[in-house]
Design a protein around this ligand. Structure first.
Ligand SMILES: *[C@@H]1O[C@H](CO)[C@@H](O)[C@H](O)[C@H]1NC(C)=O
Ligand SMILES: *[C@@H]1O[C@H](CO)[C@@H](O)[C@H](O)[C@H]1NC(C)=O
Length: 253
């Protein structure tokens, strides 16, 4: 009598767990876009054609990195499921005008097809710098390109910038694996166009400049490995506990 009761409870528990799993299959818009263009504020189309079914427990996400140097602007955007996170909207201005402008936006949400931002109109509105605000002394090689810049003309800098930036960004995650080369005028010092904020939703950014050490990205990689190992051990422990429980039940009956 007593054991029967325990089996019933276990059965109910398993039934509950499996129906919970089935209820959580979320659908999200899916797509990746990498462009360099003149005016993404009015031209960039962020609608996607595909829809993805997520694993249980996942959220929808839409994330974008925008970098402007000179007249050109690079846009790296991704939409899809994301397995971990909490509902949140994040906007960051990594490097401010004048000079190279870097901003990012990321939205994690829980409702079906909620990652439905259609354009960058509300997210990207860089001002135009009038001719009177251009410096007469500082000029920098200026370009932004996917991969490598084919040319980087030396252009006059805006007032209030004081140095030339040259760097490469490696962007990985959210179905993106791409490099960006960026050159231009800035007031940001060092290799810090991203201002040390190196995750944008599912995307990881590694910023590399000539003559700078690579110690920081290495540290982050090690941390990530350690985390995934400890999660694996935790799951193993749960499995062992469950086996032990079953054995106890068999012994009791
Ligand atoms: C954006 O692209 C989609 C198809 O990819 C198209 O149906 C839609 O009309 C476009 N929107 C604008 C504003 O151009
Ligand atoms: C132009 O320069 C002036 C004075 O330095 C400044 O107040 C103004 O904000 C600048 N305008 C732009 C669009 O950068």
């Amino acid at each position: 009598m007593e054991t029967h009761h325990i089996w019933d409870l276990l059965f109910l528990f398993l039934l509950g767990a499996s129906s919970l799993t089935m209820a959580q299959n979320l659908h999200c818009h899916k797509g990746v876009s990498m462009n360099v263009e003149e005016d993404p504020g009015s031209m960039f189309n962020w609608t996607t054609e595909k829809v993805e079914t997520c694993d249980n427990g996942a959220l929808c996400q839409e994330s974008v990195l925008v970098i402007k140097s000179g007249a050109k602007t690079a846009v790296l955007a991704t939409k899809g499921c994301i397995s971990e996170g909490t509902q949140a909207m994040t906007f960051a201005q990594h490097s401010p005008p004048p000079g190279i402008i870097t901003v990012s936006y990321s939205n994690y949400c829980e409702d079906p097809l909620c990652n439905n931002q259609k354009d960058l109109k509300e997210l990207w509105r860089p001002g135009v710098i009038p001719a009177s605000n251009v410096s007469t002394t500082l000029r920098c090689p200026t370009c932004v390109a996917l991969g490598t810049c084919l040319s980087a003309p030396s252009l006059p800098c805006p007032k209030d910038t004081n140095r030339c930036y040259q760097g490469r960004l490696q962007i990985i995650g959210g179905d993106i694996n791409s490099a960006l080369e960026v050159k231009g005028c800035t007031s940001v010092t060092g290799c810090r166009l991203m201002s040390g904020i190196l995750t944008i939703g599912p995307m990881w950014v590694k910023e590399i400049c000539p003559y700078h050490s690579l110690i920081h990205p290495r540290k982050i990689e090690n941390g990530a490995t350690w985390l995934s190992i400890s999660v694996g051990r935790f799951e193993l422990l749960l499995l062992l506990l469950l086996l032990l429980l079953l054995q106890l039940l068999v012994l009791c009956s």
